[in-house]
Design a protein. Structure first.
Length: 379
């Protein structure tokens, strides 16, 4: 399944630097507002050590990880909802993504100008959130006359109009649509075609300086002004209850550049910084979890591959991710947990030990399941 996440933030917070490190592409990164005009798109693998463990057993022709599509979107300024700067382009691009990663500037660097003049993470987050809420207000206001007409036609139209009216009042109070207490998943779906930006899940990244990496303590260290602490968002702020991942975009760019030339040197650089893995690996996994997704695996001589499905998906849905015919003609899924697959040395060992399960249509796929689907080709 396709997963698209927009990287957003004010100008000069490190979005493009982080994106370039992520994708190891030479995206434009410059010290002036709107350096990114058209969104760059990069496909990023989700790090998963389980793939290598499976490959050690089946010796496939290739390994295919799950992926996340990251979209580097033009920097936002105050008034974007009214078309200031590149606001209209920004908002159009962000509506097309599944989730948002907001880069919040914590690093201090006199050579990199801040569009607001000073480094203040909480203020920056509030600026962006306000602009997105205002954009959603405009969207709902524009839709209400149409929804009112639909309300006269049928009961579903009435429910949709009434919900949109309540949502408008909610947004006008300065609150994100995602914080609204929907009565059910069905009610939430009623507003799907409005594509409200603040209904999307958000992951915050604290772009810290290199000097904060080695002794960084997310529970105790505030890096700038009165902003929230990474890992511990301030109560009552926009970040309250949100995941805040600390990453140095500059360091990640250096690591990515090294890795393209000498993987061993990149590993040594990480070790010298006191890091077990790159921040980008952590971010990729957090982004993957943000939408409530998980992986199952297929393993054979041709390839070992991770497939992306929602948490709670049943076996036929998982089969459909591989091919729609697999879901339509689903019969059963030969299934083993990742732990069992490794412990018994693959399919032959699993069969011999009676550990290869036959799961039907109601089986809820677990993260890490290794599966082989049987289906009716004539369906």
């Amino acid at each position: 399944m396709s997963l698209s996440i927009g990287i957003v933030g004010l100008p000069n917070v490190g979005k493009s630097t982080l994106f370039t490190a992520f994708t190891q592409q030479g995206g434009l990164a410059a010290n002036y507002p709107f350096a990114t005009i058209e969104p760059n798109v990069g496909i990023v693998p989700v790090p998963d050590a389980r793939l290598s463990a499976l490959a050690d057993i089946v010796h496939p022709g290739r390994i295919v990880p799950a992926t996340v599509e990251f979209v580097d979107i033009a920097g936002l300024v105050k008034g974007a909802n009214a078309g200031e700067g590149l606001g209209n382009q920004f908002l159009a691009h962000i509506r097309e993504t599944d989730a948002i990663v907001q880069i919040v500037r914590y690093f201090a660097d006199g050579d990199v100008t801040h569009v607001e003049g000073t480094v203040d993470p909480r203020r920056d987050v509030d600026i962006l959130t306000t602009e997105l809420i205002l954009a959603d207000i405009a969207t709902v206001e524009k839709a209400l006359p149409r929804l009112e007409k639909e309300a006269r036609r049928n009961r579903e139209g009435t429910a949709k109009f009434e919900l949109a009216s309540r949502m408008l009042a909610w947004l006008n109070d300065g609150r994100r649509a995602s914080d609204y207490a929907f009565a059910s998943d069905e009610e939430r779906v009623l507003l799907y075609d409005l594509h409200l930006i603040t209904l999307k899940p958000v992951l915050f990244v604290a772009n810290i300086g290199e000097e904060n990496i080695a002794d960084f303590d997310p529970e105790a260290v505030a890096l700038a002004g009165e902003g929230p602490q990474p890992g511990q968002a301030a109560a009552g702020s926009t970040l309250a209850g949100s995941t805040l991942v600390p990453i140095s975009a500059k360091v990640e760019a250096d690591i990515a550049e090294l890795a393209t030339e000498d993987a061993e040197a990149a590993a040594e650089f990480l070790e010298a910084l006191g890091l077990e893995e790159s921040g980008l690996n952590r971010l990729a996994r957090e982004a993957y979890r943000l939408l409530g997704l998980q992986s199952f695996f297929t393993a054979g001589e041709m390839e070992v591959k991770a497939w992306t499905i929602p948490v709670g998906a049943k076996a036929p849905q998982a089969a459909g991710v591989i091919h729609t015919d697999f879901e339509k003609g689903f019969i059963k899924a030969e299934t083993a947990s990742f732990a069992d697959y490794i412990a018994y040395g693959g399919e032959a060992g699993l069969r011999a030990a009676g550990k290869l399960r036959q799961e039907g249509k109601d089986y809820v796929v677990q993260d890490g399941d290794v599966m082989h689907f049987k289906f009716n080709k004539t369906s």
